[in-house]
Design a protein around this ligand. Structure first.
Ligand SMILES: [Mg+2]
Length: 312
């Protein structure tokens, strides 16, 4: 066999091997993508739909609803594994929530990450009814390790609370899930507030700030007087921009950075998040030390309010 023919044969063999590897990868990814569909039936049950069609009555007294909070994307934006930015207005939001409602956490992150993110609750942490993580989805070992779409079945929460004699009965009548992903609520779609995603790198947030948590407070202020929130929310789905949509304030840009290792908090500005290193040290502050005449930093520091602490 001539050396030319040997080279051509080698080249074909190489191409065939590459094509085989590529198609195997595509098949493996497709299997991963549909694995949750194969195992779950993400459809609201007839019983749930009947509940959501039962007319809600608005009363004069408010109900102590159960609010289940997602963390990443809803309340926080992670900076790698070392820390997170927390959504503007979160202290006001937590004060309101823990005063008026029962509050639980359900995140699809793993327990250790959830525990780190829960630093944002400060002294409210001990009032959380439950802190659920990826371990609470009933996933198979394979799915637990894969990056699959998860569904938050509120039935699991309701069942876990029904044995507690100190708790009222929680059902679709009085539970609200707050999550930046509406697909998480596929089984109880009318009990969900689909909040916009909070990502500190989002240029829209950096330009316009974020007051979505104030919108959520305004919505909950209506929902708490209803005796069937699933019906109320079906008829009045949550929409953003209920409050001062055009009026942007300095507070809309105030985001607090938490460093997990020592819970150190640093007040930041969404317009300048690039100025904060991953471990929460301000590059601007370092710059200021080196260049005392750097007036721009001093000016922006003056206009921002004092650091917010969660010790409330
Ligand atoms: Mg999320």
């Amino acid at each position: 066999m001539s050396s030319d023919r040997t080279q051509t044969l080698a080249s074909w063999t190489y191409e065939m091997a590459t094509a085989y590897t590529r198609s195997a990868k595509v098949m493996s990814n497709t299997a991963k993508h549909f694995s949750h569909v194969r195992h779950k039936n993400p459809k609201a049950s007839p019983a749930y739909l009947a509940t959501s069609n039962t007319p809600s009555i608005k009363g004069n007294d408010s109900h102590r609803l159960l609010i289940i909070l997602d963390l990443n994307g809803a309340l926080v934006s992670k900076t790698g594994k070392s820390g997170m930015w927390v959504r503007p207005h979160y202290t006001e939001f937590l004060e309101y929530l823990f005063d008026q409602f029962e509050v639980g956490v359900w995140s699809s992150a793993r327990q250790n990450t959830v525990s780190n993110m829960c630093q944002l609750f400060g002294n409210f942490k001990k009032q959380l009814l439950f802190t659920w993580s990826r371990e609470n989805f009933g996933l198979s070992e394979d799915d637990y390790l894969r990056n699959i779409s998860t569904i938050k079945d509120l039935q699991l929460v309701w069942k876990s609370l029904e044995d507690n004699p100190d708790m009222p009965s929680y059902t679709a009548y009085n539970t609200i899930l707050l999550d930046d992903s509406s697909s998480k609520a596929a089984l109880q779609p009318f009990n969900s507030i689909a909040i916009s995603e909070f990502n500190h790198k989002d240029t829209e947030k950096q330009m316009n700030g974020d007051n979505e948590l104030l919108d959520v407070i305004a919505y909950l202020e209506q929902a708490k007087y209803e005796n069937n929130v699933s019906n109320f929310m079906k008829r009045n789905p949550y929409k953003t921009d209920l409050v001062n949509s055009d009026e942007v304030t300095e507070r809309d840009f105030e985001s607090t950075h938490f460093r997990y290792s020592d819970a150190k908090q640093t007040l930041g500005d969404l317009r300048n998040t690039a100025g904060l290193t991953h471990d929460g040290v301000s590059r601007r502050r370092t710059l200021e030390k080196k260049r005392p005449g750097h007036r721009k930093y001093r000016k922006s520091k003056k206009t921002s309010s004092s650091p917010v602490t969660p010790q409330l």
